[in-house]
Design a protein. Structure first.
Lengths: 187, 187, 187, 187
DNA sequence: CATGAATGAGCATTCATTCAT
DNA sequence: CATGAATGAATGCTCATTCAT
């Protein structure tokens, strides 16, 4: 692996574990087996490392949304696939998620990144719901605030799964059911 | 106001704004109009200030739950009142909430505090749902994972309202409706 | 006991245990059951407390020398009594001794105090030896440097006894014998 | 000279002059012509500097004892050479000696270091005396307490020479004579 | 590309001393 | 005489960043 990628990799792990402020350049260099100065050969400064990590996550999420879009078939199962897909995506990118969730309140690049994710998520959900409503597979609801509700739910689920894994107990199938009962009219 | 309370007050504001690590004792003292040494006459160390803030929040949440408990009357409106109450409580204690939400991932006292809140919230929701189910005002659902879903939703709603107030657009009435559709059988 | 004396008493104990710098006015006040401000009602500053302790030791040593002077009878046993007396005096005033021994190198009042003690000890030993030589009970030796040697020996013995009590093993009778062999001609 | 050695050198001087607590990292850095942070590139913390100084002294004393051991020839002059050698060693390592003497009562690393020195000194003296007694060049005395007496004497002599150089007046030849009279039988 | 010594501003914390009550 | 809250300068230590090699 290239030095730059090793730095990013170690940084991802460390920031996820002990936070952005807790991750010192000295410790990062040591754990990556390089000298402290080398970090500055590849990144402008410490924040730049975070920016790269956030950009990577952004790209991964874009690709993920693309996959979801192409895979949808518009039936009433769509909503489930979307929710489960997002949970799966969270688990697949745990470290990145931890980084964003633990820092968006305090670091503006993280806040910016999280804002983008949330906006795209909201847009995607809105779009899906509008389509499904047109096809008559879900109830007639107010799209915008309902999409926000779904975003909120997903945000909360991720956090519960990330930070209280002990409590989890695999409650997400029931969360999906919860959403289905609210959106899909009974047969 | 007593010096100790002034310190707590300013600290609450500052930590909510710029985080625990961003809040330096020097800046805190300056903004409180006292000398740095005075802080240590009232608190053991910087973390002790955080502990006091968290304890205060804990007490306020306990009192809030007590109010909710005594006010419930078991009809199908209960669930709405609980959700709206929690949203209201969040808005009334915005600074404290920001502090917990922005630090529970990294500071163990905050994590501990948040864990307690979540557990109590979960327990309270479970209890309410069980009661409502017995009275036949909500559907028969699996209590535990559904309560977790509600906790997750609330956690997400709070964050959206706290950190993306611009996006909010007062979506919480629709969030309540979302929950009602999922839990309350149609007339 | 008067407040002033209680402060002095606690201070003596604390400085002997943890040194002058280690003894904070806050801890001293707490242990003496008074407020920090009260200390400054009785003493000009922290150093003033030390000065009082040193003065007390000075007085006690003066009185001790007076006793020795009046008790001496000039026979060859005198030197033993003087040495043993000094060791005894050290043990009786352990706290004060620890204070002086641990601080004379760094605090000028202590250095001054120690200087006075050493000079008086030297003078006293010289005087005794001169007398004993006149009476023919000890060998003819050079008084001044021999008295210094005795002072040095005593200084060392005190330290060994104070700081390495485990090692001691009651070696002072042999130390006295060591001196006797050097000074008293064999029968 | 390497930066690390310069720091050690200046620290030795400063600690000898104004004590360990009196020597601040800021003053040390300034006097060494480096920044404060540089100190921590070479030493873990302030105590670590002291530890290095003590270790150096330990090594020097070990080497010194080795020299003494190889140079002894067992005649009745041995004891003189040992005493004079120790006095000389003290003068050659005045700063280190001052550091140990001024801090062993309060700092545990210093205490530990001093304890080691005293034990080795005691052991070495005992060994020499036993040898000399076997060769019949000194009197039959109780080895252990007499060795302690010599240690005490040496400890006291060092202090007098280090802290009261004005008073000294080169009394150590007479101190050696004092010991010789006590240990070596008259011809 | 890589190094690692050096920097210096910044941090939490301590403590002798003061002073209004 | 006594209090105890307040002070503020000082301390040991950290850490992102620079730069000569």
């Amino acid at each position: 692996m290239k030095t730059k990628d090793r730095i990013l990799d170690i940084a991802r792990t460390m920031i996820a574990e002990i936070g952005y402020h807790g991750t010192t350049t000295a410790a990062l260099a040591k754990r990556a087996g390089i000298s402290e100065g080398t970090i500055y050969r590849h990144f402008e400064n410490k924040e730049d490392i975070l920016l790269h990590i956030l950009q990577d996550l952004d790209d991964k999420y874009s690709a993920f949304l693309q996959t979801l879009r192409s895979a949808r078939d518009g039936d009433h199962g769509t909503i489930e696939r979307i929710l489960q897909g997002h949970v799966q995506f969270s688990m697949d990118n745990l470290a990145d998620l931890k980084i964003v969730l633990s820092s968006y309140a305090l670091l503006s690049p993280s806040k910016q990144s999280m804002t983008t994710v949330i906006e795209r998520m909201h847009e995607f959900f809105s779009e899906c719901m509008r389509r499904s409503m047109e096809m008559g597979v879900i109830r007639e609801v107010e799209v915008d605030p309902t999409a926000k509700t779904l975003v909120a739910l997903l945000l909360g689920v991720m956090q519960l799964k990330v930070y209280w894994p002990d409590m989890d107990g695999d409650f997400d199938p029931q969360a999906v059911l919860f959403v289905r009962r609210s959106l899909v009219p009974e047969a």
